[in-house]
Ligand binder design. Structure first.
Ligand code: GTR
Length: 325
């Protein structure tokens, strides 16, 4: 693995002064101009500037190193230094990550941003350390809604019997089942073909992923349920982290945090761009009354919130609704 080679290089060079440049590796399922990739590229520039070129980063975009679940495992073992993933593959690994993944928990992007910018976000990120990962920051991921090849979804009844792709997370499976549809867990890179071949009828995602994966070419109905405002996470391998000096660890942490406002600007612009591409392609987009979806999807929270630690986080996030902090 490239990451392992870079890490091996670090060990060999650890005793030399001054240290030569170490190029870390990072994985992303998205293409190189996607906001998450751009933000991690920016992180790499900051890292290099702030260490006078001692540390650098190469981002492997477009899922070239594998799907999120697999690359996450490799990251935890130190074969990759960094990774940018959705929270879904972390749901089965760390229970606290299920909290920001709960449908209809955040009432707006603002609520999501304020909650995760507060100490709540840092506390959730810190829980990843027990799994070999250093949680560095959260990135925006907009709102996920359903799209499909059959027709507009207005009520949960319209979802009965639809085969809908979800990321590999029990929470997502339960969410779709609660609405009466069939959940098909599948990596993102298989969705386009599965839609084209009728293996699935639809999926759910935000505007940029719906557009970037070209899913809108096949699934021409996008129904704005906005059921999930779960963020993305940028993580580092604890194996690689432990090899850094305390000063370099602080640079890594700060540089990651410093990319968050940049990512949000890119994100908001990308959403606008994707909405236009999708509208121009003639996709039928419909607004949805969230009430019946909210009722069914919040009923299942109890199945995924079973520790006092998770419940306390849910309560604190709920208390921040309506602009309270
Ligand atoms: C996207 C997210 C990806 C990936 C994808 C999915 O919104 O940015 O990291 O998790 O969803 O549905 O697999």
């Amino acid at each position: 693995m490239v990451g392992a080679a870079a890490a091996g290089g670090m060990i060999a060079l650890a005793g030399c002064k001054p240290r030569l440049s170490n190029v870390f590796t990072s994985a992303d399922t998205h293409v190189s101009d996607y906001p998450t990739v751009q933000a991690v590229e920016r992180f790499g520039q900051l890292l290099s500037e702030r260490t006078n070129g001692r540390l650098g980063l190469k981002v492997f975009a477009g899922g070239q190193l594998g799907n999120e679940r697999d690359t996450l495992e490799v990251t935890a073992f130190g074969g990759l230094d960094f990774n940018r993933v959705n929270l879904a593959p972390l749901n089965s690994i760390e229970p606290t990550t299920r909290v920001p993944s709960l449908p209809f928990l955040f009432e707006s992007t603002e609520h999501m941003r304020t909650s995760l910018d507060s100490e709540i976000g840092d506390e959730i990120l810190a829980t990843l350390e027990r799994h070999g990962l250093i949680g560095l920051c959260f990135y925006d991921s907009g709102a996920r809604s359903f799209y499909n090849t059959r027709g507009p979804i207005n009520t949960p009844e319209d979802m009965r019997g639809l085969k809908l792709r979800v990321p590999g997370s029990d929470l997502y499976v339960a969410m779709v089942k609660a609405l009466g549809a069939d959940a098909v867990p599948m990596p993102l890179d298989e969705v386009y073909q599965s839609l084209s071949q009728g293996v699935i009828d639809g999926a759910e995602n935000n505007w940029p992923s719906f557009e970037n994966g070209r899913h809108y070419e096949v699934a021409t109905y996008y129904s704005l349920t906005r059921h999930l405002l779960a963020p993305e996470a940028f993580v580092m391998s604890k194996v690689s982290w432990d090899k850094l000096s305390a000063e370099d660890q602080a640079v890594v942490r700060q540089s990651a945090k410093d990319t968050v406002p940049y990512m949000r600007t890119l994100w908001d612009a990308q959403v606008e761009k994707s909405m236009k591409v999708i509208a121009d392609a003639g996709v039928e987009v419909n607004e949805v009354d969230p009430a019946p979806f909210t009722a069914l999807m919040t009923d299942m929270w109890a199945d995924f919130i079973d520790t006092p630690e998770q419940q306390a986080l849910v309560d604190r996030i709920m208390a921040m609704r309506g602009g309270n902090s």
